[in-house]
Design a protein around this ligand. Structure first.
Ligand SMILES: [Zn+2]
Ligand SMILES: [Zn+2]
Length: 196
């Protein structure tokens, strides 16, 4: 997965924190040794008093949103295929790929994989008792921050910089960073395994 680089700031002070998404190689390890990739996002952690990567727990709403995107893509595909026979006979259709068809196919298969992984993770975490944790200190006292989808536009978040009162901002940075660090493993309650 390609990683993107973000800069968080504050409208009232010179706070500047960078964040890479995905934050790192975080995974849950099940009792049988199987590993499931964790969903993560930036949070303001009250205990770290800093921006930190945090868990995002899968939810019914999250699954519904992924499913909706998949259904929209499939509808696009159906519409695209419906138009084809009117324009040209089928042998030409197979001989020459339709514009956008391959791209749509790969988008659909990516979306299907993402939905599958999400469902597997949600099922694995069905018995989860504790809320999402900060991945640096394990605290559950943190406020999730959203990442912008539009490039180049700094976005003011509806979250204030604790202890300062200014509103937090975020923007995508053009700077690319290479991901380093090793895989970190957690149990299904989000507690890090202390083996190394
Ligand atoms: Zn501030
Ligand atoms: Zn923390």
């Amino acid at each position: 997965m390609a990683s993107a680089h973000y800069i968080f700031g504050c409208v009232d002070c010179d706070l500047q924190r960078s964040y890479d998404s995905p934050a790192g190689d975080y995974a849950y390890q099940l009792l049988d040794g199987q590993q499931l990739p964790m969903l993560t996002g930036p949070s303001w952690c009250a205990d770290c008093r800093n921006l930190s990567p945090a868990e995002r727990l899968p939810s019914a709403e999250g699954e519904a949103a992924l499913l909706k995107t998949l259904l929209c893509l499939r509808l696009d595909m159906a519409n695209l295929l419906k138009e084809v026979p009117k324009k040209r006979p089928w042998w030409q259709f197979y001989a020459k790929p339709v514009n956008g068809l391959n791209q749509l196919e790969s988008q659909i298969s990516q979306q299907e994989q993402q939905l599958d992984a999400y469902r597997t993770l949600r099922a694995a975490l069905a018995e989860r008792a504790s809320p999402a944790r900060c991945l640096l200190c394990g605290s559950t006292d943190h406020q999730p921050l959203t990442l912008p989808t539009k490039p180049d536009q700094p976005q003011v978040l509806s979250i204030t910089h604790p202890g300062c009162g200014g509103q937090l901002t975020v923007q995508i940075s053009k700077q690319r960073t290479q991901k380093l660090g090793q895989k970190q493993l957690f149990d299904l309650e989000g507690r890090q395994f202390q083996n190394s």
